[in-house]
Design a protein around this ligand. Structure first.
Ligand SMILES: CC(C)(COP(=O)(O)OP(=O)(O)OC[C@H]1O[C@@H](n2cnc3c(N)ncnc32)[C@H](O)[C@@H]1OP(=O)(O)O)[C@@H](O)C(=O)NCCC(=O)NCCS
Length: 166
């Protein structure tokens, strides 16, 4: 049976991570970016999260990076400090093998350990795979904010899903 191993991100992981992100940027509404990321941009994004004490974790199979996840501040005002927004991405040809599950479960465990109160996923409403995935962990849809994104010549709606940790 395939063994999925989780470990903390290191800068050399940025290359396969950027390949995954750029695939979804070009081919899907999972990310609201238009422009593909560079290695340096992605390394800086993760350095910023790590410097604030937030986790970035990667999943590997036979030492090959197959997915990753992280969380960081939901919004910037101080009173939001017990709330985080997370993301999980799995390589397109590796879906449905339990990789997302182990990453998400670890993020939830880490958020509990860090004494956080709630996690928020902001999901494009066309991405019902991600909605179904989050429902498996007890996330509930708390809002759909209409026409907040515009990509591929159409308006996109942001579906907010929340898990209360206590
Ligand atoms: C969403 C995503 C992370 C799920 O990862 P995955 O490795 O395919 O998911 P898993 O195989 O671990 O599945 C975990 C659970 O979610 C469910 N699930 C996953 N994809 C699903 C789908 N398309 N439809 C219904 N349920 C789904 C699985 O059935 C499984 O349930 P179980 O625990 O009862 O068996 C992955 O599809 C992905 O990377 N999508 C593109 C990027 C993205 O949208 N990321 C989320 C941005 S918020």
């Amino acid at each position: 049976m395939t063994k999925i191993v989780l470990r903390p991100y290191t800068p050399k992981d940025a290359e396969p991570i950027v390949a995954i992100l750029n695939y979804y940027i070009v081919n899907s509404t999972a990310l609201y970016d238009y422009t593909q990321r560079t290695l340096e941009q992605q390394q800086a994004i993760f350095e910023d999260k790590l410097s604030k004490g937030f986790p970035v974790i990667v999943a590997t199979i036979d030492d090959r990076l197959v997915g990753f996840g992280y969380y960081s501040e939901f919004r910037f005002r101080e009173a939001y400090k017990y709330t985080v927004e997370h993301s999980v991405y799995v390589m397109p040809n590796e879906h449905g093998k339990g990789i997302g599950h182990v990453i998400m479960q670890r993020l939830i465990d880490l958020a509990r350990q860090q004494n956080l109160h709630t996690m928020i996923a902001v999901i494009d409403s066309e991405n019902q795979s991600s909605v179904a995935f989050h429902e498996k962990f007890g996330f509930k849809t708390v809002a759909v904010i209409k026409e907040t994104g515009y990509k591929f010549d159409r308006w996109l709606h942001s579906q907010f899903m929340q898990l209360l940790l206590e």
